[in-house]
Design a protein around this ligand. Sequence first.
Ligand code: PGA
Length: 256
Amino acid sequence: MARKYMMAGNWKMNKTIGEAVVLAQDISNQYEDSWLKNCDVVVCPPFVDLKPVKTVFEFDRIEIGVGAQNVHWAESGAYTGEISVPMLKETGCGWCIIGHSERREMFGETNEGVNKKAKALLAAKINPIICVGESLAIRDEGTTLDFVCAQVKAAFAGIEPDEAKDCVIAYEPIWAIGTGRTATPEQAQEVCAAIRSTIADMYGAQVAEEMRVLYGGSMNPGNVSLLIAEPDIDGGLIGGAALKKESFVQLIEACK
Ligand code: PGA
């Protein structure tokens, strides 16, 4: 079964509600049905922008998905500053990034927390985009594959095959994020293939064949084609280049 590409924009902590609506409208104005033939398109704005952005796409009747960048695993309660799965659900959000390296590094997100978040999202039928990736120190040490595959195993612990297939994995080498230094297609392919074979070990060949593995880290219109030409790279999780309509649209067009 051929996998459909996915291009997911991670807006990080950018765009006020007003700015987010303008960008969503700009994307919507460029929209063509042909985008979605080979590609799922998702944007992940900050929490407060989720509903306004979703409303733009719904109003224009276009099937661009909306995702969050984090979530808490508890239903509700005394967790000041956190957002729950039911809250995301009501915004119409269908995806949620978890385990991003910025959250792991700056906000103490752990493998165990990523696993709890994945389970809570799956129970509510919100698809997790699970981020994994090594630091430069780990790459230089030569232990990248072990490190990344251990992150994958931990994220999926206790998740059943029929739910695992709804997850997307994003391989994002930390040294390539926001640095303009992209992994070569060969480097990215090597890790994405190892991720897929870890999924095959855990869930069998069929789930592994169906699951999308994205690359993220300075993906841009100039390097996208060679990256997604690799057999195990099924699209991108895009930061900087997703904040401008022109570059985001070019990335989507590259999947045609
Ligand atoms: P970048 O970010 O494309 O700006 O490198 C990617 C990400 O952090 O998801």
